[in-house]
Design a protein around this ligand. Structure first.
Ligand code: PMP
Length: 456
């Protein structure tokens, strides 16, 4: 049997991991994850870990679901692949398109398949610009996004995203993409109520539209709740005001639902939780619970009618658009979500339960803010609870906390000093208790470290 050390040596010798300092990881040694069941993982040393991040915001129905495995196996045996380019399609792709039209808001009757969120957002850029071409307005090409947004890692995805570290490598953003500030009340809303701040933050969109010139702006894109940016839940006033501004200037509104789609926020889609009606939606991750790569774009009637009725050939697509095995797994996944009522469970039961217990962590001496939305949550670690003063970034207190989580059987992610969770939607109340107790224990360990080192 291969030992952990052998895995680590081979990994360090050959495998370049995403978003990783290769040399630092090789020196430290990769943790090898070997098995999953329900909300738990096991590593090659046999340690059991509660996965409070659902893989990477995706394993929403939990690990080891036989329905998804059986769907993949059956489709692999019947027809492992055929494309949709040659005026052809496969039954799972058609059935999934039909089911997506059913579970998304009524204005969405069409889907374009990709394999990931990044590819979905590349499709968004192509589609938005094609739409305005067809309106005879090709100069409407600028897309507005937000700082600290995450929309993927392809050239277009990383450009739409607002991560300065990503822009610094590879000459990004590509032309025609501009950014405004994020609606992060804890950092920027001092002196304003959350609702007042939501209106102010939406106003930054209008200011940018006027700066660029409304006649040049094609679309605004945002995640209903910024995920990778640190689970930043916007004030309730934000999205309805953004919608009004987009309508005022006739700008397409794009909701990136890669994390928030398929029940994460307690409704099928984040736009429903936050009360807005996008023209386009990107999806990935939860559509197949991460069992197999799948993503895409839901195309609302306004854009679909233009593309279908006036567009002729749309010169865009991927070999694996509508991959039959991925679509078969997604169909099984969505039917399981429907059958088990997981969206309603998050809305009525586990979401409110998590809110009560996780938000109680706000009393911990290290925590400045504790926030949830459905089954996603964030704890802002601060030096001074009363003033909200942050730790010196260089201390990397979030990473200290993440280290304690990792060492104590819990996967929680650190975004600077913001600790975030997004557990599988199948998590039970008892498992939420177990998770919150682990989080509290890791906060205590972090606090002891911080005090011992004289950082607080
Ligand atoms: N959009 C959002 C909101 C995301 O969170 C992510 C991935 N975390 C992406 C797009 C990119 O998806 P992928 O990694 O599947 O390309």
């Amino acid at each position: 049997m291969t030992s952990t050390r052998q895995w680590q040596a081979a990994d360090a010798a050959h495998y370049l991991h995403p978003f990783t300092d290769f040399k630092a990881l090789a020196a430290k040694g990769t943790r090898i994850i070997t098995k999953g069941d329900n909300i738990y993982l096991w590593d090659s040393e046999g340690a059991k870990i509660l996965d409070a991040m659902s893989g990477l915001w995706c394993v929403n129905v939990g690990y080891g679901r036989q329905e998804l495995i059986a769907a993949a196996t059956a489709q692999l045996e019947t027809l492992p692949f055929y494309n949709s380019f040659f005026q052809t399609a496969t039954p799972p792709a058609i059935e999934l398109a039909q089911l997506l039209a059913e579970v998304t808001p009524p204005s969405f009757q069409h889907v374009f398949f990709a394999n990931s969120g990044s590819e979905g957002n590349d499709t968004i850029v192509r589609m938005v610009r094609r739409y305005w071409d067809l309106q005879g307005r090709p100069e409407r090409s600028v897309i507005i996004s937000r700082r600290n947004a995450y929309h993927g890692s392809t050239m277009a995805g990383a450009s739409l995203g607002g991560m300065s570290g990503m822009h610094a490598q590879g000459g990004l953003p590509i032309p025609g993409i501009v950014h405004i500030e994020q609606p992060f009340w804890f950092e920027q809303g001092k002196g304003l109520s959350r609702d007042e701040f939501g209106i102010e933050a939406a106003g930054w969109l209008e200011a940018k539209i006027l700066e660029v010139g409304a006649a040049k702006v094609a679309a605004f894109i945002g995640e209903p709740v910024q995920g990778a940016g640190g689970v930043i839940v916007p004030p309730a006033t934000y999205w309805p005001e953004v919608q009004r501004i987009c309508e005022r200037y006739d700008i397409l509104l794009v909701s990136d639902e890669v994390i928030t789609g398929f029940g994460r926020t307690g409704r099928w889609f984040g736009c429903e939780t936050f009360g807005f009606r996008p023209d386009l939606m990107t999806f990935a991750k939860g559509v197949s619970s991460g069992y197999i790569p799948l993503g895409g774009v839901m195309v609302g009637e306004r854009v679909a009618r233009a593309l279908i009725d006036e567009g002729g050939e749309f010169n865009h697509g991927y070999t694996y658009s509508g991959h039959p095995v991925a679509c078969a797994v997604a169909l099984a996944n969505l039917r399981l979500i429907q059958r088990e009522g997981l969206v309603e469970k998050v809305r009525d039961d586990t979401g409110p339960y998590l809110a009560r217990h996780f938000e109680a962590l706000a009393e911990h001496p290290l925590v400045g803010e504790a926030q949830t939305c459905g089954l996603m949550g964030a704890l802002q670690l601060v030096k001074d609870k009363r003033s909200g003063e942050a730790f010196d970034k260089a201390l990397e207190v979030g990473m200290v906390c993440r280290g304690h989580c990792f060492g104590n059987g819990l996967i929680m992610r650190a975004v600077a000093d913001r600790m975030i969770i997004a557990p599988p939607l199948v998590i039970t109340r008892a498992q939420i208790d177990e998770m919150v107790a682990l989080i509290r224990q890791c906060l205590d360990l972090t606090l002891a470290d911080v005090k011992r080192r004289g950082w607080m």
